[in-house]
Design a protein around this ligand. Sequence first.
Ligand SMILES: [Fe+2]
Length: 174
Amino acid sequence: MAKDKTPKNAGNGKTQMHKTMNPISENIRGAMVELLQAHLGTAIDITYQTKQAHWNVKGMNFIAVHELFDDLHDLTEGYVDDIAERLTAIGGQAHGTVQASVQNSLLDAYPLDLVKSEDHLRRLTESYAKWSAAVEKGIEEASEAGDPLTEDLLTGIGRGLDKSIYFMESHFQG
Ligand SMILES: [Fe+2]
């Protein structure tokens, strides 16, 4: 693991910022970059958790679940770009590598040995739910900081995550 080689910047006042004419104050931008850095790492992590499920799933409803995971992957890949580009738009430096994401992700590692469709659906739902809860906290943080555009970005992502949870959870509800 190269974990210790990745500089951890969140919350220590050393966030790398670029000059910008963006009207939000530098304090708030710095706080929002730290917030978004964690969500960028999480988005990259979950994007490949979803592909892990897409590639390895076997069992009942194989084709439907295999294709569902790919559709969900495409959505989270869009979130990666949206988060990174909000972060850079407010003067931040995106930490968008896989190795940085190992450090920054809010999620637990996805098991490598899962096979059955129900196991992937349940475990991936856990990851989405964990991220959704963090997104909700982020929405409050952005609102309190006075950055309605970051708040709006996270709100859209949260709505998408909850829909993805519904799509997966419906396989084992009822
Ligand atoms: Fe594929």
